[in-house]
Ligand binder design. Structure first.
Ligand code: UDX
Ligand code: UDX
Ligand code: ADP
Length: 475
């Protein structure tokens, strides 16, 4: 079968860039991205797109209005499409059974209900693209088949997304693999073939892996769990390095040379963030617990335990080095996004670090080149972070540059590895800071020897500069 029209429910971080590239590479296909939020769609149709991704603006400009459309006309788009992506949000549940762990599939379920109620005829391929727990495709399929009208036929596929924020366009254009899971029946294989044909417009056939639905769904969770596990593994070595005098960068270099281990994702840090790692691991843990696999659940949960420990450890180190009190001291938080080249703050280590420092009554001067002021204030006012939101107004200021944030502060804390922080004029910064001036480099990006020669007191992850620094045995 040939696909002429594709529709995507959800114009978010996943749906937007994925469909833009699809339209760019498949001029013979009409791609319509729909969303319930009119504001989101208006933004996609404006000059300022709702998400920042290097290269995305150019792709959208080239295709928008030709074979790429953003609309709130959900029903029409569903009716006309041969293939429908579900790319809606799947937040972690904040209430009830599985609270804090299970994915809330409310939006996925509602999207499936929208589809089944709207489609009146024909063979429709429904592709699950949101990050969802194993067996979600089965739930979608059950909803679709339970209310299916005569003359309508659905096939549900799983096609997990592996794009990373900040490099979404490159990841989509040069995917290492595309995964398509589906029913192993003739109709299922037909649907798999149709989706595979779309990707073959720009991805070599041997990189398109087809398999059963559950393997495909589990592979997505497993890939993110493995990546996060590597970060927690290297981060778990950092306290050892700080205690013994070893340098975690040297250790990472040494172990990364073993091709069985590999060199990527061994960058020790203040802790991983982002919308996927923690959520996917929690999903995995929840599934294991539901199946009575306690040991397996504990194994994967330890990846998160180490990540939380790493964030807490760094903020305690800051308090400890600032003479055990940060009350009323101005501390500059440089970087609030969960990594560079994105304005996204979901699960960012900076949020947790800020919380710990606010709990100690520090005054935070925050600067990030891409995160909106309101986003930072909202993140810090969230009930999980601040029981009393007035505390944010009292303790937090947001700034337009690193120097403005650094002015009069006792310490700079690097939370995100933005390139512009490496290029800062640290002599100028030293002049405008309180003395002794501290730098806490949570991303290991600065030239520490140069900072020490200027006069800074320097602390970083997984390396000891100060021989006399006491052990952190108070947590
Ligand atoms: C290991 C290291 O590979 C080597 O670099 C180090 O110097 C000594 O320890 P060795 O113990 O000889 O070498 O064998 P290795 O091939 O690493 O296998 C260790 C165990 O892991 C074996 O029981 C092997 O069957 C098992 N294994 C290995 C798996 O179960 N799955 C794998 O994917 C790989
Ligand atoms: C991740 C996966 O990489 C992607 O394949 C999946 O589809 C979605 O989740 P993303 O969350 O966008 O992508 O960012 P990623 O680059 O993986 O970084 C996640 C977090 O880990 C960031 O906070 C980053 O700073 C941190 N990180 C990454 C480290 O601390 N050390 C590293 O070596 C790598
Ligand atoms: P992700 O990171 O998974 O892409 P986002 O939260 O960025 O998630 O985007 C998901 C989008 O899906 C939101 O803009 C939301 O409004 C939209 N959405 C949720 N449910 C539906 C639905 N039934 N139909 C269309 N859009 C939906």
């Amino acid at each position: 079968m040939t696909i002429k029209k594709v529709c995507c429910l959800g114009a978010g971080y996943v749906g937007g860039p994925t469909c833009s590239i699809m339209a760019y590479k498949c001029p013979d296909i009409q791609v319509i991205v729909v969303d319930k939020s009119k504001q989101r769609i208006d933004e996609w149709n404006s000059d300022v797109l709702p998400i920042y991704e290097p290269g995305l603006d150019e792709v959208v400009k080239q295709c928008r209005g030709k074979n790429l459309h953003f609309s709130t006309e959900i029903e029409t788009a569903i009716k006309e499409a041969d293939l429908i992506f579900i790319s809606v949000n799947t937040p972690t549940k904040t209430f009830g059974y599985g609270k804090g762990k299970a994915a809330d599939l409310k939006y996925v379920e509602l999207a499936a209900r929208d589809i089944v109620e709207t489609v009146e005829s024909g063979f429709k391929i429904v592709v699950e693209k949101s990050t969802v727990p194993v067996k979600a495709a089965e739930s979608i399929s059950t909803i679709l088949h339970s209310k299916q009208k005569a003359g309508v036929e659905f096939q549900v596929l799983s096609n997990p997304e592996f794009l990373a924020e900040g490099s979404a366009i490159t990841d989509l254009l040069h995917a290492e693999r595309v995964l398509i899971g589906g029913e192993q029946s003739p109709k299922g294989k037909l649907a798999i073939g149709a989706l595979s044909w779309i990707y073959q417009h720009w991805i070599p056939e041997e990189k398109i892996l087809t398999m059963d639905t559950w393997s495909s769904e589990l592979s997505k969770l497993a890939a993110n769990a493995f990546l996060a596990q590597r970060i927690s593994s290297i981060n778990a070595l950092t306290p050892l390095c700080e205690e013994t005098g070893a340098d975690v960068s040297e250790v990472a270099k040494a172990i990364g040379k073993d091709s069985r281990i590999g060199s990527k994702f061994l960058q020790a840090s203040v802790g991983f963030g982002g919308s996927c790692f923690q959520k996917d691991i929690l999903n995995l843990v929840y599934i294991c617990e539901s199946l009575g696999l306690q040991e397996v659940a504990a194994y994967w949960n330890s990846v998160i335990v180490i990540n939380d420990y790493q964030k807490r450890r760094f903020s305690l180190r800051i308090v400890h080095r600032l003479f055990n009190t940060v009350t009323d001291k101005r501390i500059s938080i440089l970087g609030f996004a969960f990594k560079k080249n994105t304005g996204d703050t979901r699960e960012s280590a900076a949020i947790h670090l800020s919380k710990h420092l606010m709990d100690e009554n520090a005054k935070l001067a925050i600067y990030d080149p891409k995160v909106d002021k309101q986003q930072i204030l909202d993140d810090l006012s969230h009930p999980y972070i601040s029981e009393d939101p007035s505390r944010v107004a009292r303790l937090v200021t947001i700034h337009q540059s690193a120097y403005e944030a650094g002015q009069g502060s006792h310490a700079l804390v690097i939370c995100t590895e933005w390139d512009e922080f490496v290029k800062l004029d640290f002599r100028r910064m030293y002049e405008i800071m309180e003395k002794p001036a501290f730098v806490f480099d949570g991303r290991k990006i600065l030239d520490h020897e140069a900072l020490i020669s200027i006069g800074f007191e320097v602390e970083t992850i997984g390396k000891r500069f100060n021989q006399s620094a006491n052990r952190l045995d108070d947590f």
